[in-house]
Write a protein that binds this ligand. Sequence first.
Ligand code: SF4
Length: 308
Amino acid sequence: MKLYLIRPRGFCAGVVRAINIVEKALKLYGAPIYIKHEIVHNKHVVNSLKEKGAIFVEDLNEIPMGSKVIYSAHGISPQIRNEAKKRNLIEIDATCGLVTKIHSAVKRYASKGYKIILIGKKKHVEIIGIYNEAPSVTTIIENTKDIDLLNFKKEEKLFFITQTTLSTDDVIDIKKSLLNKYPNIETLPTSSICYATTNRQNALKEITNNVDLVLVIGDPTSSNSNRLKEVAIKRNKMAYLVNSKDEIDPKWFEGINSIAMTAGASTPENIVQSCIEKLYDFGLKEIEEIIYKKEDVIFELPTQLLNV
Ligand code: SF4
């Protein structure tokens, strides 16, 4: 059995920055450091930071007044920022810059009188944060069917934007239907699906047709990991999303000659390597790395942590 190991895979610049922020904050201020929501959607990352003294909370009321709080890479609503100020929390922002860009666009267009159509998963924390920038004028849609339910007037000023980690295939269809219904709808000049999501999906598309099975290493709560699995399934390929070597089932490989492996943007490389090791028990003989694109994106740390 041959494994095609796809690059780029795993950590993106936003995830590297978010993890660095937690580690440096722990070093500078000492434990405990509170984090609103999982810093990134990966239980291995979260557990290792918990061991170092990070405490993950969903509700700011769980944080003692005056403590330090880090906002996760997925971003936060302005209401939560206000709540933090009322509790005298010292805020450290690990929101990915590419998510912040969407918050800013929504605020800007809402202030100019546009109605906002936000394309994304309603329950995803990134979408909840963005929606709350302008809740009275924002409508979230998840798919083309939701477009049928929109009843904006043709003369209304409309703006659409997407979550950073959606499927590029799905967004092409949604965009087409939106433009069909509202030809004057506006958006940003470039896609708001981030570079890491786009690269990982495009890289997988290049190889999917040449393999029998696709393995995506990632957390079940990770949006971009789930989208990678969908990329393969949409191309009629057997695909599994696993978060550790123990979830790999030997039955999957009966009669299989070739596998493609990728990993979501929040998956640590050591987890990928442990999954590869496991595949040797199930008949892996050869590995070839497939390089779609080299990534050299780096996001700067917040000023208070730059010299730690
Ligand atoms: S997946 Fe994209 S948006 Fe999310 S943290 Fe990484 S670079 Fe930023």
